[in-house]
Design a protein around this ligand. Structure first.
Ligand code: AMP
Length: 431
C-alpha cells in the first residue's frame, strides 16, 4: 500500500514525500479515504500510530479548493477547528498542519491558555482557516468576539478521552453549540468508553469507525505468510526454509517449553545452531542466549511467548510461528518483534490441520485473511485428520488470557492556565 492509492492530491503527496514517509500507517490507510468521502469518523488510536496525518492530510485536501493567497481577512474564515486537551498537543498538531499543508495556501494558528492572549487575537483577526485550540482559551476568545464559526466545515476532537478526563466536557458542549450543525466531525480517542460513545452519538452523524491499537499497528507493517504443512513435517519445512533462504537471526515461537527444547535440539542436529529460551531457564541464561543470537553465534532462537516477553528483542528480520498461539493477541505480540515502518520484516506461520481454528481467530483479530503459500514438496496431505492440540503440562498456553494491555501513553498534566480560567501570564509565545 502506498500513499498514492489513498486519493490524496499531488501537493499533499509531495509534502508526505518530503517528510520521508514511504508507506501510510494503518490508521492512515483506513481514515484518509473515509474523511475524503466526507464521512464523520470515530477513530480509536493512540499517539504514535500516525493519527495526526490520518486526519490532517484529508482535512487539508477538503479545504484546499478554496485556499487562496489573498491578504483580506474576510477571505480566510475559520473552516476547520481542531480541539486538543493540552497546549503541547495543540502545538504538535498545528506543526503537522503546517508541514503537510506547506504547498497549499491555508493559514493556521494555535490557541491555548497560559500565554498572552493578544498575539492569538491578532492572528485570528488576520484570518485563519485552521484553528488548533484547547477548549478553555477558545471560549475566552469567543467571549471577546474574536471568533466566527459560521463558515466552519470540519471539527476534530483529538484525544477526546483525555479532554473528558480533564473535565472539559462542559467547555466542549459550549463550543459545539457555536458550530454549524452541517459540518464533518472527526473524533479520536485512545479508548471508546461509554462517555466517549455518548459524546459521539450526540455530536457525530452516522460515523464510520476505525480502530488501531499499537499491537496491531505492527501487524499491518509486517509481511505475513502462512505455510500450510502437515504436523509431522513442520520441523523439516522449517529447516528447509532456513537453509534454502539462508536466513539468519530467526526467532521461532512454540507453544510449550518442552516443544521449544525439542525443536532447538532437532535444529542443532540439522546443522542449524539454535538455543531455546523459556521459563525454566534463568534470566542470565536467557540473556546469554539472546546475546549469542544477536551477535550471530546462534542462528535460531526458539522461544515461548512468556519467555520472549521479558526480553529486549525486536526489529528482527524473521519471526516464525512454528505453532500458532492459543490466544490470538499473542500472535500480534510475536510478530511485533519484527518490522517497523520502512524496515523489512516478515512473519511466517507453519500451520497444520489442527490449528485451523487458531488461524481463524487470528485472522478475525487482524480483520483480514493471511496469504497462504504451500511450499513446494511440503503440501499437506488432505487425508490427515485434525487432532486436539497438545497443550503440554506446563506450557506457555496455560495462563489462559493474553497479557495485560500496556497503559495509555503518559499524560502530561494540563497547565492551570490551559483551561482559560486564569489570568494570562506574560511571555506570550509569538507566532
Ligand atoms: P502521531 O501518531 O500522529 O503522533 O504520529 C507519530 C509519528 O509518526 C510522528 O512523528 C509522525 O511524523 C510519524 N509518521 C506519521 N505518519 C507516518 C508514516 N506514514 N510513515 C512514517 N512515519 C510517520
Amino acid at each position: 500500500m502506498s500513499f498514492d492509492s489513498l486519493g490524496l492530491m499531488p501537493e499533499l503527496l509531495r509534502a508526505v514525500r518530503e517528510q520521508g514517509y514511504e508507506t501510510p500507517t494503518p490508521i492512515q490507510i483506513q481514515a484518509i479515504p473515509l474523511v475524503l468521502e466526507g464521512r464523520d469518523l470515530m477513530g480509536r488510536a493512540q499517539t504514535g500510530t500516525g493519527k495526526t496525518a490520518g486526519f490532517t492530510l484529508p482535512m487539508l485536501q477538503l479545504l484546499a479548493p478554496h485556499a487562496n493567497t489573498s491578504a483580506s481577512p474576510a477571505r480566510h474564515p475559520i473552516r476547520a477547528l481542531i480541539l486538543t486537551p493540552t497546549r503541547e498537543l495543540a502545538m504538535q498538531v498545528e506543526e503537522s498542519v503546517r508541514t503537510y499543508g506547506k504547498h497549499i495556501p491555508l493559514r493556521s494558528t494555535t490557541i491555548f491558555g497560559g500565554v498572552n492572549i493578544n498575539p492569538q487575537t491578532k492572528a485570528l483577526r488576520a484570518g485563519v482557516e485552521i484553528v488548533v485550540a484547547t477548549p478553555g482559551r477558545l471560549l475566552d476568545h469567543q467571549g471577546q468576539g474574536n471568533l466566527n464559526f459560521s463558515q466552519l466545515e470540519i471539527l476534530v476532537l483529538d484525544e477526546a478521552d483525555r479532554m473528558l478526563d480533564m473535565g472539559f466536557i462542559r467547555d466542549i458542549q459550549k463550543i459545539l453549540a457555536l458550530l454549524p450543525a452541517k459540518r464533518q466531525t472527526l473524533l479520536f480517542s485512545a479508548t471508546f468508553t461509554d462517555e466517549i460513545k455518548q459524546l459521539a452519538s450526540k455530536f457525530l452523524k452516522a460515523p464510520a469507525t476505525v480502530q488501531i491499537t499499537p499491537q496491531n499497528t505492527a501487524a499491518e507493517l509486517v509481511r505475513q505468510v502462512v505455510h500450510p504443512v502437515d504436523r509431522e513435517r513442520k520441523r523439516a519445512l522449517l529447516a528447509h526454509i532456513i537453509q534454502s533462504r539462508k536466513l539468519q537471526q530467526v526467532l521461532v515461537f512454540t507453544r510449550t517449553k518442552h516443544g521449544a527444547n525439542r525443536l532447538s535440539e532437532q535444529l542443532d542436529k540439522d546443522g542449524i545452531s539454535s538455543m531455546a529460551i523459556h521459563g525454566n531457564k534463568s534470566q542470565p541464561q536467557r540473556i546469554k542466549a539472546l546475546e549469542d543470537f544477536k551477535k550471530g553465534a546462534v542462528r535460531v532462537l526458539v522461544a515461548t511467548d512468556i519467555a520472549a516477553r521479558g526480553l529486549d528483542i525486536d526489529q528482527l528480520p524473521h519471526v516464525v510461528n512454528y505453532e500458532l498461539p492459543h490466544v490470538a493477541e499473542d500472535y500480534i505480540h510475536r510478530i511485533g518483534r519484527t518490522g517497523r515502518a520502512g524496515s523489512e520484516g516478515e512473519a511466517l506461520s507453519l500451520v497444520c490441520v489442527d490449528e485451523q481454528t487458531l488461524l481463524r481467530d487470528i485472522e478475525k483479530l487482524l480483520r483480514k485473511d493471511l496469504p497462504k503459500d504451500v511450499v513446494h514438496g511440503y503440501a499437506p496431505d488432505p487425508s490427515i485428520p485434525a487432532e486436539p492440540i497438545q497443550t503440554g503440562r506446563q506450557g506457555s498456553g496455560g495462563r489462559g488470557r493474553g497479557p495485560a494491555r500496556a497503559p495509555r501513553a503518559g499524560s502530561t498534566p494540563v497547565p492551570r492556565g490551559e483551561r482559560g480560567r486564569h489570568p494570562s501570564r506574560p511571555g506570550a509565545r509569538g507566532k
